[in-house]
Design a protein around this ligand. Structure first.
Ligand SMILES: [Zn+2]
Ligand SMILES: [Zn+2]
Length: 117
């Protein structure tokens, strides 16, 4: 059976089940709960998604908090901010290859109180 066919079958069964419960006079909150339990039991499982990289959740970038010191590469004291860097995993490779993407992703640091950087 194809995945689409399996899902369609589950859907039809669920609708039939819900209608029977309705006709039997089961209160709505109980019907909803029962339907959810049924769907969780029979929904075709393809596979559980597992992230390869726990640091970036496979996005390829991670957020670094800069307290306003040289953490981000700026030498002058400045307001605290966050910036993103390519993750060290393989998902970060595309951002290392294409530095413009990384630049785009970095929010402009807030100006200091004097309006100078
Ligand atoms: Zn990563
Ligand atoms: Zn900084």
């Amino acid at each position: 059976m194809t995945a689409r066919g399996a899902v369609g079958g589950v859907y039809r069964e669920a609708l039939t089940y819900a209608r029977r419960q309705f006709e039997a006079g089961v209160p709505q909150p109980d019907r909803v709960r029962a339907l959810e339990t049924l769907l969780r039991d029979v929904w075709p499982q393809v596979r559980e998604w597992k992230y390869v990289c726990a640091t970036c959740d496979d996005i390829g970038r991670r957020v670094v908090a800069c307290p306003g010191d040289p953490t981000c590469g700026r030498r002058r004291p400045h307001a605290a901010h966050e910036f993103v860097v390519p993750c060290g995993c393989r998902f970060g490779d595309r951002f290392r290859r294409d530095p413009d993407r990384v630049v785009d992703a970095i929010p402009a640091p807030p100006r200091t109180a004097r309006g100078r950087r």
